[in-house]
Design a protein around this ligand. Structure first.
Ligand SMILES: Cc1ncc(COP(=O)(O)O)c(C=O)c1O
Length: 373
């Protein structure tokens, strides 16, 4: 490739449109603290997503930490090792012990059939992740949570716009946490949110993200500063106008990749699920070294030499990092599927402005590399 192609790139709306919002911020001089754009964005997101209550945040990690505080989660939480580190770091920041449970090989989400065996007297919640925006087996997870009296907080940072049978994936569980980081399908530069289902919970989240202030003189909780500012909120409003077309472009890229990669032996791609509206945030492929003839890291390095910068999401597993590897549930014996997939996975470039010609070239480079002695 003449110019480097990275795994992702944000799609920027027309600058002139953004400056219109900026002018209003300049005029009002209201920069943060529940400003006009903050309020408008929360309403617009509820309408777009089809959810009742949302509270926007300065980033997804603080939203995750606050979600756990909102429900007063303590003790142990069952979670997946196959995610971005922030999923488990949020537990650590709350003094909660993560208990890792293996994933399923189909979509790399937490395996519901393995959850019960990990529940102890200290368990208070389950924190699954909709990895790559593919919905977890939410009915099964909820059934277990109801049986054992556990809360469910979804790390839904990859799942913006995803629907199951026409309903937002954020309507499941007690809370869903979103990220609007620059690498996400929908972005506010940095940003995030919590979706909840009732007004009382929304109020508590709003207090917690603003130091615990309920009013000028009343601090009801040891809150934090996790507020979204007006510039982020304005960008969010503008992005919302374009997000459907951005998802459509991603879909075309995913379809093109699939068409070509289906013919390469030793490469597995994930397919769409019926009744799910997908959002295509990543394009993971799994490389089976025995069949493909080269291992994942060789492919990763080879593509780099061709100016293509993929990412190995999610390698290493969270359970492999020093902070967590001493925990008994972090052992590889407990996580055989996650361990195997972390060795095989590579995410190919996918973003709305990616040239479809380049999308065709990448699988052919893989094929050439496979044939190379
Ligand atoms: C699964 C997952 N959880 C949490 C986060 C943290 O979100 P943020 O970067 O907005 O803090 C991210 C992304 O960055 C993520 O991909």
């Amino acid at each position: 490739m003449d110019k480097p192609i990275y795994v992702t790139q944000p799609s920027m709306p027309p600058l002139e449109e953004f400056t219109e919002y900026l002018k209003q911020i300049w005029d009002s001089k209201w920069l943060t603290n529940d400003g006009q754009f903050h309020q408008e964005l929360e309403q617009a997101l509820c309408d777009y997503l089809g959810v009742k209550y949302i509270s926007v945040f300065s980033n997804g990690t603080l939203a995750l930490i606050t979600a756990l505080q909102t429900l007063r989660i303590t003790g142990e939480v069952i979670t997946t090792p196959y995610s971005f580190v922030a999923s488990t770091h949020a537990l650590w920041w709350n003094g909660i012990k993560p208990v890792f449970v293996d994933i399923e090989p189909d979509f790399m989400n937490l395996n519901p059939d393995k959850i019960e065996a990990a529940i102890t007297q200290q368990s208070t919640a389950i924190l699954p992740v909709h990895v790559y925006g593919n919905p977890c087996k939410m009915d099964k997870i909820q059934k277990i949570a109801d049986t054992y009296g556990l809360k469910v907080i979804y790390d839904a940072c990859h799942a913006f716009g995803v629907k199951v049978n026409g309903t937002s994936v954020f309507n499941f569980g007690d809370l869903s946490v979103l990220s609007f980081h620059a690498t996400k399908v929908y972005t506010t530069f940095e940003g995030g949110a919590i979706v909840c289902h009732d007004e009382k919970t929304k109020n508590r989240i709003d207090f917690l993200k603003n130091f615990g202030f309920a009013d000028e003189v009343t601090v009801v909780a040891t809150g934090i500063n996790a507020k979204m500012n007006e510039v982020q909120a304005a960008f969010g409003l503008l992005q919302l106008k374009y997000v459907d077309s951005l998802i459509e472009k991603r879909k075309k890229i995913a379809q093109s990749y699939r068409q070509q990669l289906n013919n390469i032996k030793g490469i597995r791609v994930l397919q769409d699920v019926e009744n799910v509206r997908h959002n295509y945030p990543y394009f993971p492929i799994l490389i089976d070294q025995k069949v493909f003839g080269k291992n994942r890291d060789e492919v990763f390095e080879h593509l780099k030499t061709q100016n293509i910068f993929t990412r190995r999401y999610f390698y290493p597993l969270i359970s492999e990092f020093p902070a967590y590897k001493g925990i008994p549930s972090a052992s590889r014996d407990n996580l055989p599927v996650a361990t195997m997939i972390a060795q095989q996975v590579i995410c190919l470039p996918i973003y709305p402005d990616l040239d479809l010609g380049d999308v065709i070239k990448i699988p052919s480079l893989l094929l050439q590399f496979q044939r190379k002695e």
